[in-house]
Write a protein that binds this ligand. Sequence first.
Ligand SMILES: Cc1ncc(COP(=O)(O)O)c(C=O)c1O
Length: 361
Amino acid sequence: MTKITPQPGIMDIALYQGGQSHVAGVEHVIKLSSNENPFGPSPKAIEAVRDSAATLNRYPSTDHASLRAAIGARHGLDPARIICGVGSDEVLQFVAQAYAGPGDEVIYTEHGFSMYPIIAKMAGATPVMVPETDRRVDVDNILAAVTGQTRIVFVTNPGNPTSTMIPEVELVRLAEALPQSCLMVIDGAYAEFVADFDGGAALVDRFENVIMTRTFSKIYGLGGMRVGWGYAAQSIIEVLNRVRQPFNLSLTALAAAEAAIKDEEYLTFCHTENARLRVWLADELAKIGVPSDPSSTNFILARFRDQAEAEACDDYLKTQGLIVRRVAGYNLPNALRITVGDEEACRRVVAAITEFKEGAA
Ligand SMILES: Cc1ncc(COP(=O)(O)O)c(C=O)c1O
């Protein structure tokens, strides 16, 4: 008898490892492993969530017109060229599902977000990993890996877990050199943490084959709501909408995201606090021999002597109720990714790593 079997390649997909949130035996933990906003969502988003409860008997909007208008107004973009998804993860998945399949190649970079190879495989395509140079995306390495089968190139700007930026000229160089048959996805999950940065929107306007993705999970503090969006040429948005379920975003999620993006005051507060605490955290750790690249995000990538020291430090932090992220799976074995928390969290991280370095561990 023939057994039920999944499609070829499905069982090769490694399950996504999320940031840890509990430590056995430790009660009051501070989670700094998933780059969440330590200040929570905008109070206006919380109010919108409460208000939405009374109409949950109704299906949500299928075209997300109101949220797309709000995003368009905030960023000066044409709402007709915006698509919303269940987190930017879903938008990234639409791109892979619609544009790559068996026999196609999908390029991502050495320290790139771990969902890229997962969604490439979900689409039946072959992920191709390209080396970075000193924790920075290397455009020459990407171009050297492009073949006639390449359909998508994923880059993150600023990068996760590296926190580094790809210079604009390099992105233009990449977009100009890629064949028209190949899409370039600029994942801007952390774009709001960079001052005066459009996340790649101008490049989308300039190149037909460039897509930008963004999220409400990071600076807007709505990771639990699952809302992201993408901006691309009209022709691409029309394709992506065909693989999107009509009610992918709940009424509550739409209301929360719209309220959040309209609350500019709260956005400025989160941006300013993150920028201040990020510099303080990086400087204090550098003083005790734990360097990091200048960060353009809401985390720092703290570098240790070697993998053993990074892991020992992580173990010590856990005993202190501090959960950070090991990134050996991103080919960064000697580093720990530490989300910039609130002031208390940053002070506790510095104190604990100082104790560890002084041998108190
Ligand atoms: C680089 C990058 N892209 C995309 C995402 C997905 O975010 P979400 O699906 O919550 O929008 C994340 C989340 O950690 C990320 O770090």
